[in-house]
Write a protein that binds this ligand. Structure first.
Ligand SMILES: [Zn+2]
Length: 325
């Protein structure tokens, strides 16, 4: 009996020893998890970023003032991190600062990390979950009662209205961007368009620089459409049906590489669809001069180029619709 009891005691102490070891291992792995969390940018899966999003979010760049898509947004909803979808700002905290970037006088509690900027004077703000660069925060300017201005790049955030809409992006260059945008902004299912410069090497180019031909940029139109109302195929068809895609480095009277014809695809699916139309056109006997390239950074053009024919109440001289498909 005595032997039996001491055997049970030995078993007990073995069990508690095992328990301690197990606990130690568990606490060790918890430490590792915490450690991994600090390196989130490299270890967690985030939304893939376009080159222009990477320029701001990863490389701490700044979008040009008054060009971001949320400068004047007033709708009710939440602004989430473009990279990791963490909710960062409420629309109720957004205010008009006329500084050229979306401004908020408060953040969602704990969502934004404040850091001394590399410039030694400003305070940088980053997403607390993924570390993505958002912009800077300023105090003492007297804009609102809270006396705080989060100056945030539109491209670092994504607006989620109460009812979320699905959006697909497409980019086309087909000569003078006034004419390209004119047709896309009228197309069914298109939510938004903008004109800009793509495919060259100069950052933040101006129209004047592009016109020298030295930047390598093409005049391009960015199109956002609702894929439940139209398709990328429809966009590609419209692209080919509204310009002379057989002309090399020019469009009608506009001559030069800034007027070249290009489809800038954003996914392998888009690339495959575009290639299908290259073959269809070849079969129809056309010698297609259009290039097919992965979309690089889209540099939004100056305000006076945006929706040009709408402002002027005119129609393009160089882009006339003709049915092909
Ligand atoms: Zn984030």
């Amino acid at each position: 009996m005595g032997l039996f009891i001491s055997k049970i005691q030995t078993m007990k102490s073995k069990i508690s020893f095992k328990l301690i070891v197990l606990l130690l291992i568990l606490s060790q792995s918890a430490c590792n998890q915490t450690h991994t969390k600090t390196n989130t940018i490299t270890t967690m899966k985030y939304n893939s970023l376009t080159p222009e999003e990477q320029y701001v979010i990863l490389n701490k760049g700044t979008e040009r003032p008054f060009t971001g898509e949320y400068v004047n947004t007033k709708s009710t909803g939440t602004y989430v991190c473009r990279q990791c979808d963490a909710p960062l700002y409420n629309s109720k905290d957004k205010f008009e600062s006329h500084c050229g970037w979306p401004s908020f006088d408060d953040e969602i509690a704990g969502a934004v990390r404040h850091l001394p900027d590399a410039d030694g004077s400003r305070t940088e703000i980053v997403c607390n979950r993924c570390g993505g660069h958002l912009g800077h925060v300023f105090t003492g300017e007297g804009y609102t009662k809270k006396d705080t201005r989060h100056c945030v790049n539109s491209i670092s955030i994504k607006f989620i209205p109460s009812k979320e809409a699905v959006v697909e992006k497409a980019y086309f260059a087909s000569g003078c961007f006034w004419g390209t945008e004119y047709h896309f902004m009228k197309a069914k299912g298109v939510l938004k368009t903008a004109v800009g410069y793509m495919g060259g090497k100069t950052e933040n180019p101006t129209y004047r620089q592009v016109c020298t031909g030295e930047t390598g940029h093409a005049e391009a139109t960015a199109v956002e459409f609702d894929p439940t109302k139209t398709t990328y195929e429809e966009m590609v068809k419209l692209f080919f049906e509204t310009h002379d895609f057989t002309q090399v480095n020019g469009q009608g009277p506009d001559i030069g590489n800034q007027y070249r014809s290009v489809i800038f695809y954003t996914s392998e699916e888009q690339k495959t669809i575009a290639e299908k139309y290259f073959s269809i056109l070849a079969q129809k006997g056309f010698k297609v001069a259009t290039h097919l390239e992965r979309a690089p950074i889209f540099w939004k053009a100056e305000d006076y180029h945006q929706a040009y024919y709408n402002k002027k109440n005119g129609s393009p001289y160089c882009h006339i619709y003709r049915k092909i498909f």
